[in-house]
Design a protein around this ligand. Structure first.
Ligand SMILES: [Zn+2]
Length: 129
């Protein structure tokens, strides 16, 4: 379904557009410099509400993850997935996304490098090793 995008939706659209270019769009608090994902409305540190967009390289290291033995809806044919939390390189930011092809913990040691591969409209960030 095609929808006309209004400017109020643009932050989320920009996040998706950045993910498809293998980048992560973050918010940087204008007041204290704290960096957050684009989904927050107020700064976690100073409650400021003014942000500027910062594009980070879509790469990081695995912090924790959960293996989804049952593939999520839309991925039934693609095997098992891990829901991964990763620390974005060169920032304190943590983001999460799906990494396909992970069946057992040995497939994905903590600290493994992952990269943003794109964006799935239903599941969010897609990752690759
Ligand atoms: Zn702040």
């Amino acid at each position: 379904m095609m929808e006309k995008l209004s400017s109020t939706e643009s932050t989320h659209q920009r996040f998706i557009e950045a993910a498809n270019r293998k980048k992560i769009l973050a918010h940087k608090c204008v007041k204290c410099g704290h960096m957050m994902l684009e989904t927050v409305l107020f700064c976690e540190k100073c409650s400021g509400s003014k942000f500027k967009h910062v594009e980070l390289e879509g790469a990081g290291t695995v912090v924790t993850y959960t293996i989804q033995a049952v593939a999520p809806e839309g991925f039934e044919d693609a095997g098992s997935y891990a829901w991964v939390v990763f620390k974005v390189d060169n920032s304190q930011l943590r983001a999460s996304g799906f990494l396909p092809g992970i069946k057992v913990p040995a497939d994905l040691p903590i600290g493994t490098k992952v990269r943003v591969a794109g964006f799935d409209s239903k599941h969010g960030l897609m990752l690759q090793k």
